[in-house]
Design a protein around this ligand. Structure first.
Ligand code: ADP
Length: 414
C-alpha cells in the first residue's frame, strides 16, 4: 500500500488526533480544523506526486501568520507543530496498519517531512529576524522620543527657571542695599538670612547654567569664542579659586609645569576653564579628606594631553562611559551628600556631559581611566583631555573630529 492510499484511510482519525494534539481550547480547535484539512489535502497531493513542494504554501502561511507573541515565545513554532504532526501521523497509521507497512510508509513520509522542516526553519528564521528588527527599530524610535522629551524638558526648565531666579537675585541685592542704610541692629540680624538666600540662589544659578549649557549642546548651538590661551594660566587661576575648599577638605593640589602648559593654544578660555573646573571639583568631591589631586600633561604630535588625577574612590570600568552622559551620576541620589565640594557631594550629573561637549566642540576628546570603584582602598581616577594644538582659530569653528585629525596624522607618518 502506498502513502497516498494510507492517508485516504486514516483521514478522519488523523484529523481528530491532530485537533486533540495541537489545540488547547475548543475555540482554537474550530479555527484549526480548516488549516489541518488544508495541510492534509496538500499532504495527499505530495504523496500522489512525490513532491513535497506542495506543502510550502501552507507552511508559509502558518509561519507568517504568527503573532508577535508567538514569535517572542520559545515554546511555539511551526517547526514544533510539524514535528508533532509527524508523530501523530505515524501513531494513527500504526492504529490502522501492520507495523511493516507503517515502516515502509514512514520512510517516504520522513522525506516529505524533512523538506517541510527545512522550509519551515528557513521561513521561521526570516520571520523572527524581521520581527526582531522591527522590535529594535521600535525601541530605537522610543529611545529617540524619550531623549527628545528629556532634551525639551531641560530646555524648558532652564529657561523657565532663569526669570524667577533673576528676580530672587535682584530682590536679594536690593534688600542688601536697603539694609546698609537701615538700623545697625536690624542689619546685623538680617545678615545671616541674606547670606542664606545668596548661597541658595548661587547653587540654583549653577544648576540652571548647567541646564542651559546642556540644552545648547543638545541643540548644537554652543558657540565657542576662539582666542589665544595658555593652559598653565588656566590652572593657576583655578588653583587660586579652589584654594579655600582645598584647605577646608585638607586636599593637596599639585599642578606640574608640563610640556605644553606654557604653549599658546587657540580655544575658548571661559569654556576650557569650565571643563577643568568641573574636573577639579569632581576630583575634590570624590577624594576623601587628606587626599591628593595632580595635574600633569604632555605634548603629542598636533595635540596636548592634560591629565587630572586624584586619589579618590575611583570609577568602575562599566561606568566609565555612562558618567559622560547627561544625568550620568552614579549611585543612589538619596545617599549623595549635598554641597558642591563636600566628599561625595552629588550634583545633578551634568558636569562631565558638558565637559565632553565643550572638549569635542574644540575638536578634542575626553575619557577616564580608573582601576575601579572602592571607597576603602581609593584607587583614584585619571581624566584625560586631548586638545588640538592650533596656531589660529579653526575655520570650521572647531567641529572637525579628533578622528579626522588622527587619520590625517597617521597618513602623514606613512
Ligand atoms: P555630578 O554633578 O554628579 O558630579 P558629573 O557629570 O560631574 O556629575 O559626574 C558624573 C558622575 O561621575 C558622578 O556622579 C560620579 O559618580 C562620577 N565621577 C566624576 N568624577 C569622578 C572622580 N574624579 N572620581 C570618582 N567618580 C567620579
Amino acid at each position: 500500500m502506498n502513502v497516498a492510499e494510507m492517508l485516504a484511510v486514516v483521514h478522519d482519525d488523523w484529523m481528530e488526533a491532530a485537533l486533540e494534539g495541537l489545540s488547547q481550547t475548543v475555540a482554537t480547535r474550530e479555527g484549526l480544523r480548516p488549516q489541518l484539512e488544508r495541510f492534509f489535502e496538500l499532504l495527499q497531493q505530495t504523496a500522489a506526486s512525490h513532491d513535497a513542494v506542495w506543502m510550502d504554501s501552507v507552511i508559509y502561511l502558518w509561519v507568517w501568520s504568527q503573532t508577535s507573541t508567538d514569535l517572542d515565545s520559545e515554546h511555539t513554532s511551526v517547526v514544533g507543530v510539524l514535528q508533532r504532526l509527524l508523530g501523530i501521523t505515524l501513531q494513527v497509521a500504526a492504529r490502522h496498519f501492520p507495523p511493516e507497512e507503517v515502516l515502509g510508509a514512514a520512510e517516504e513520509l520522513l522525506q516529505y517531512w524533512s523538506h517541510m522542516l527545512e522550509y519551515a526553519t528557513e521561513q521561521e528564521i526570516r520571520a523572527r529576524l524581521d520581527h526582531t528588527t522591527a522590535e529594535l527599530e521600535r525601541a530605537q524610535r522610543e529611545l529617540e522620543r524619550l531623549d527628545k522629551s528629556k532634551s525639551d524638558f531641560i530646555s524648558v526648565a532652564a529657561h523657565e527657571l532663569k526669570t524667577p531666579l533673576t528676580l530672587v537675585e535682584g530682590y536679594a541685592a536690593m534688600l542688601r542695599d536697603t539694609l546698609t542704610s537701615a538700623d545697625k541692629g536690624v542689619a546685623l540680624q538680617a545678615q545671616p538670612f541674606l547670606e542664606g538666600i545668596f548661597r541658595g540662589s548661587k547653587r540654583i544659578r549653577a544648576i540652571v547654567d548647567d541646564l542651559v549649557d546642556v540644552s545648547l549642546l543638545d541643540n548644537d548651538m554652543l558657540k565657542l569664542s576662539f582666542q589665544p590661551l595658555w593652559l598653565g594660566q588656566i590652572f593657576r587661576s583655578l588653583a587660586d579659586e579652589l584654594a579655600p575648599v582645598l584647605a577646608e577638605r585638607r586636599l593637596t593640589l599639585k599642578i606640574h609645569h608640563f610640556p605644553g602648559s606654557d604653549r599658546v593654544l587657540f580655544g575658548d578660555v571661559e569654556r576650557l576653564q569650565q571643563v577643568f573646573r568641573n574636573l577639579l571639583t569632581n576630583a575634590i568631591k570624590y577624594t576623601p579628606d587628606g587626599g591628593k589631586i595632580t595635574v600633569d600633561g604632555r605634548l603629542l604630535e598636533g595635540f596636548v594631553e592634560v591629565l587630572v588625577m586624584d586619589t579618590g574612590i575611583g570609577i568602575d570600568p562599566a561606568d566609565q562611559r555612562i558618567i559622560f552622559d547627561k544625568f550620568g551620576r552614579l549611585g543612589n541620589p538619596l545617599t549623595h551628600s549635598s554641597g558642591k565640594t563636600r566628599f561625595k557631594g552629588g550634583g545633578p550629573g551634568l558636569g562631565l556631559a558638558i565637559a565632553k561637549g565643550i572638549v569635542e566642540a574644540h575638536g578634542g576628546s575626553i575619557w577616564v581611566e580608573s582601576p575601579g570603584y572602592d571607597e576603602e582602598k581609593c584607587p583614584g581616577s585619571t581624566f584625560h583631555v586631548l586638545l588640538p594644538l592650533r596656531e589660529a582659530p579653526p575655520e570650521d569653528g572647531g567641529k572637525e573630529s579628533i578622528f579626522a585629525k588622527l587619520a590625517a596624522y597617521i597618513k602623514k607618518g606613512e
